[in-house]
Design a protein. Structure first.
Length: 204
C-alpha cells in the first residue's frame, strides 16, 4: 500500500445506506459525486445502489466519473449492489472490503450515515493513528450532522484518551471544495499513539 499520497486521484466515500431525512444529505452526496467526476478523482465506495451511497455513485457516473465498488458477496446477493459501476470488486468479508477500499484510495470522506459509516470512519482514523496508512480522513459536516460527534471527540481528548495531534488529524468541514483542499494539504501526525503510560502497580 502507498502510505504517503498527497495527490488525491481516488477518494473512498463512507456514507449512509439510507437516505436520511434532511434533503441536504442527498444534495451533498450528489454534489460530491459530481465534483469528484469533474476533478477526475475516482470514487471508491461500498458498492451499494441504496441510500446516500447510491446517490453519490449515480451522480458521479452521470457526470462521466469513474466509480469503483467493493462489496461483500453476502450484500451483493441481497441485491443491494449497484449494477452500473465502472468496476465492482466482490469480496468475501467486511474486513477484506475495508482493506481493499483503503488500498484503492488516496483519502477518505465521510458523509452522514449510521453504524456502517461510523465504523468505516473510525477504522480509517484508527489505522492512521497507528500509521498503518498516512492518508487524509475528512468529514463533510452537512447540516451540522457531525457536531455532536466532534464534541465527543473533544471530550475524549480532554480526558487524555486521544492525543491532540490525533484529534486534529480528523478534517471536518462544511464545504466540499475546502474539505478536499485541506485533505490535499494534509500532513500526517507522527506522534506515537499512547498517552500517559501507567504501570500495573499504580492502578491497584
Ligand atoms: P450505514 O451508515 O450503517 O448505512 O452503513 C453504510 C456504510 O456501510 C457504507 O459506507 C457501506 O460501505 C457499508 N454498507 C452498509 N450497508 C450497505 C449496503 N446495503 N450496501 C452496501 N454497503 C453497505
Amino acid at each position: 500500500m502507498d502510505t504517503d499520497k498527497k495527490n488525491l486521484k481516488s477518494i473512498c466515500l463512507f456514507c449512509g445506506s439510507s437516505p436520511g431525512v434532511d434533503p441536504a444529505f442527498r444534495l451533498a452526496a450528489a454534489q460530491l459525486g459530481t465534483t469528484l467526476a469533474y476533478n477526475n478523482i475516482r470514487l471508491v465506495y461500498g458498492g451499494g445502489h441504496v441510500g446516500l451511497m447510491g446517490v453519490a455513485a449515480d451522480a458521479c457516473l452521470v457526470a462521466g466519473g469513474e466509480v469503483v465498488g467493493v462489496i461483500p458477496r453476502k450484500l451483493m446477493e441481497k441485491e443491494v449492489g449497484h449494477a452500473g459501476l465502472t468496476q465492482m470488486h466482490v469480496v468475501e468479508t467486511m474486513h477484506e472490503r475495508k482493506a481493499l477500499m483503503t488500498q484503492l484510495s488516496d483519502g477518505f470522506i465521510a458523509l452522514p450515515g449510521g453504524y456502517g459509516t461510523l465504523d468505516e470512519l473510525f477504522e480509517a482514523l484508527t489505522w492512521q493513528q497507528l500509521a498503518y496508512h498516512l492518508l487524509p480522513v475528512g468529514v463533510l459536516n452537512v447540516s451540522g450532522f457531525f457536531d455532536h460527534l466532534v464534541q465527543f471527540l473533544d471530550h475524549a481528548r480532554d480526558q487524555r484518551l486521544l492525543r491532540d495531534a490525533h484529534r486534529d488529524s480528523l478534517i471536518v468541514d462544511n464545504d466540499l471544495s475546502s474539505l478536499i483542499a485541506r485533505m490535499q494539504a494534509f500532513v500526517p501526525p507522527n506522534n506515537e499513539k499512547w498517552l500517559d503510560r501507567v504501570s500495573k502497580e499504580s492502578i491497584v
